[in-house]
Design a protein around this ligand. Sequence first.
Ligand code: PMV
Length: 353
Amino acid sequence: MAVYQATASAPVNIACIKYWGKRDTKLILPTNSSLSVTLDQDHLRSTTTSRADPSFTKDRLWLNGTEDEIKAGGRLATCISEMKRMRKEYEDQNPNEPKLSDFYVHICSRNNFPTAAGLASSASGFAALVSSLAALYKLPASPSKLSLIARQGSGSACRSLFGGFVAWEQGTSPDGSDSFAVEVAPREHWPDIHALICVVSDDKKGTSSTSGMQRTVETSALLQHRIKHVVPERMRAISEAIKARDFDAFARITMQDSNQFHAVALDTEPPIFYMNDVSRAIIALVVEYNRVSVEAGGKLKAAYTYDAGPNAVIYAPKENLREIVEMIVKYFPQADPFKDPFGLFGAAGVTEG
Ligand code: PMV
């Protein structure tokens, strides 16, 4: 008997221009466009296997070995049913293909890093889920098309369908059909830029991105300013910086946008604090490192950015990485590279996805 099974994996992406705020919570349509770098470290990925079989009696999903409920009408259910709908269209056009859209699926997913610690596990998770179903269903869909579905699992997931430098265009259509990810530049365009992840804490984060965003949209005046007057220009400027391989401009905008995202969280009622004292100390270190370089007539050498958690991501040209790791280990002697807690794991480039 035929076995219908496929495995796919997707990496984490880390935003330089942050997505924060939904204009449609069901379709997951953002209040602003965003831009990220997809990492290609082997140890920051989700790997997902999907199997369709006529003997299955319902759709089921296991995350890191534990079964997760697929709630009716929830995000997982939406992604699975959207993929089945695409498979059905494909079967209608290719009548000799097996009717996999009629079968239930079993999905098994693993992250090789702490789940929900602000390391964008939902991004790689939903991207891997959609990619594995696309492979199972042999869909000839482009990454942008698949990103429309991954977006409905977790907004930032749409960007993990591409490697390299990726924009999520917010779109204007109420049905979300123009809110998808596009490639700004492939990994090979700027292989010199690397990401260093400093795991400050691998605890589950305090305020989920879903509830945090909702509160920010409802209460923050600063968010409205950011959406209208800040992000559009930053999207343009950082895309240009990437195209020109201008690390100075890339770093400046990345740090400004991380700062504004956390300012917007602080402007929320009640306020949300994602960074802790160690996060802020790492910012001070990077600021000082850059200041010394600039005062000596040089350029910015590193850029920090923080998502909805305390962990630092430092983007830097490869030539500066050793110095940065040494500096961090010097000031945070408990930081033992490749070991938690406060493990410092991995310096790696971006990926082709
Ligand atoms: O996709 P979500 O719901 O996990 O939200 C991600 C939000 C940030 O990581 C803070 C920013 C971003 O653009 O990835």
